[in-house]
Design a protein around this ligand. Structure first.
Ligand SMILES: NC(=O)c1ccc[n+]([C@@H]2O[C@H](COP(=O)([O-])OP(=O)(O)OC[C@H]3O[C@@H](n4cnc5c(N)ncnc54)[C@H](OP(=O)(O)O)[C@@H]3O)[C@@H](O)[C@H]2O)c1
Length: 437
């Protein structure tokens, strides 16, 4: 095949789980990629920490520990960053853009913490900055938000964006396992890291929620803006309680544009990550094991669902290769792709103002008047009850209350009030309810 220009040269930063798959795909699909771009893609160098480590299928002559020199080399056109973390990734990407290179990254942590600096550099130096792989692995989600839906009005993004926690919660639901047992199993199967903090405490999902909210609502959102609760406190009793309600517990990332009084303009955005019950009939309830799925609700498009593998070397590399072809076409054609515009400048609303529903399970004294006292506590805080029922009998009996939608602050002060009542022996379970009403 005849190509109109010389090869486009790619510098790869990092050659771990994702990077080795990028190398493999670049090699195995070289002819197809060249045909799709209109010119071959050639690896110019690969930056790693340990050059002596054995890496199957990777040309050792391409390895270097001097990432800084690699990204500024004149014979490099495009930089792919799969090192992860904040530094040196940020300095390397900025250095690449300053010297006219376009950048592709999978780095959710950096984008969520300091994406603004990277986007500003992309604008200033006319570079492309693509990051499809940073959220939900292989699932095409950012490009639809960034391009396909950019003419619509997105009002909600709701999804499961962390495979590790979904695997753990799925095991707890399917086998009645406790959190620690399910985590150990996830670690043994390679779904969870030795240090699982980023996943189980919700940091990973919060970074992705920030990226999604920023794209969906064209407004600046960082990881620090996201209300975050992980799954370490989810007990077997919570999961059993959810089952009793024909619900399942999922760690959800929720991004909402909260309308102003006139219903049209945004009053602000609510961005949050927490475990919540969703009805088993909800499509997200059927997302099992380590899969991811995201709902996008837009004014004209209606509801859209994206589903697939949210992590793993090959799925993530697929998203990177997609970006690489898009960026390579832009570079070859001399026309940069779209740059993020956060013109909306909507405030991120505090969690207390977020309107949600609670499921509360109470261990109460077995005596007359209990129901009225409990109902009075809800009424005092302006929280209306949707349903009350008793589960179990006699001393073992528990009272289950499900509320209508109310501000989160009112719901949490209600729970505090319940804890202070003499007739309440224990507030056994408190969980938000999403996906209906
Ligand atoms: N793994 C996934 O499923 C997945 C999914 C979506 C997104 N991501 C994102 O993709 C990125 C990479 O993840 P990964 O799982 O591939 O990580 P990884 O397996 O830990 O690989 C990291 C690579 O970066 C290299 N590296 C680390 N510090 C470096 C430095 N200072 N200079 C040069 N190279 C350095 C390491 O070199 P050595 O090999 O010599 O140690 C290694 O090759 C992260 O941003 C992650 O969040 C990963």
């Amino acid at each position: 095949m005849k190509h109109e220009r010389g090869p486009l040269r790619v510098a790869l930063l990092g050659c771990g789980v994702v990077g080795t798959e990028v190398v493999r795909l670049l090699r195995e699909q070289a002819d197809d990629l060249a045909a799709r771009v209109g010119t071959p893609l050639e690896l110019a160098g690969i930056a790693v920490r340990r050059p002596d480590k054995v890496r199957a299928g990777v040309d050792r002559d391409l390895l270097t520990t001097d990432a800084q020199s690699l990204v500024t080399r004149d014979d490099v056109d495009i930089v792919v960053e799969v090192i992860g973390g904040i530094e040196p990734a940020r300095t390397l990407m900025l250095g690449a853009m300053k010297t006219g290179k376009s950048v592709i990254t999978a780095n959710k942590a950096l984008l969520a913490e300091d994406g603004a600096t990277l986007f500003a550099a992309a604008r200033e130096y006319g570079a492309d900055l693509y990051y499809e792989a940073s959220v939900a692995g292989a699932i095409p989600l950012l490009r639809p938000l960034r391009e396909s839906l950019v003419g619509d009005h997105v009002h909600r993004v709701l999804g499961i964006v962390n495979g590790t926690t979904n695997y753990i919660l799925d095991q707890m639901d399917t086998h009645g396992a406790g959190f620690n047992d399910a985590l150990e199993e996830a670690q043994a199967l390679g779904y969870a890291e030795a240090d699982p903090t980023a996943d189980v405490e919700g940091f990973d999902a919060a970074a992705k929620a920030a990226i999604l909210a920023q794209l969906a609502f064209h407004t600046p959102v960082t990881a620090a803006d996201v209300h975050r609760e992980g799954i370490t406190e989810v007990s077997a009793a919570d999961v059993a309680g959810a089952k009793g309600m024909d619900c399942v517990v999922k760690l959800l990332a929720i991004c909402e544009r909260v309308p102003s009084a006139d219903g049209r303009n945004g009053r602000g955005v609510s961005v949050r990550v927490y475990p919540a019950m969703i009805p088993r009939s909800h499509p997200l309830a059927s997302v099992r094991e380590a899969y991811n799925a995201v709902f996008v609700e837009a004014e004209s498009a209606g509801s859209l669902m994206f589903y697939g593998a949210g992590a793993g070397g090959a799925p993530t590399a697929s998203a990177i290769l997609g970006d690489l072809v898009a960026v390579a076409r832009n570079v070859a054609g001399g026309t940069p792709g779209p740059v993020e515009v956060t013109y909306a400048k909507l405030p991120v609303l505090p969690m207390g103002e977020t309107v949600t529903r609670y499921y509360i399970q109470l261990d109460v004294a077995d005596e007359a008047g209990v129901l009225a006292t409990v109902a009075e506590e809800f009424a005092q805080h302006g929280v209306s009850i949707q349903a009350v029922r008793q589960v179990g009998l006699g001393e073992e009996a528990k009272l289950v209350v499900v509320t209508h939608r109310a501000p989160d602050a009112a719901l949490s002060t209600t729970v505090e009030g319940l804890r202070g009542l003499d007739i309440v022996r224990e507030v056994a379970s408190v969980m938000r309810v999403e996906g209906e009403e």
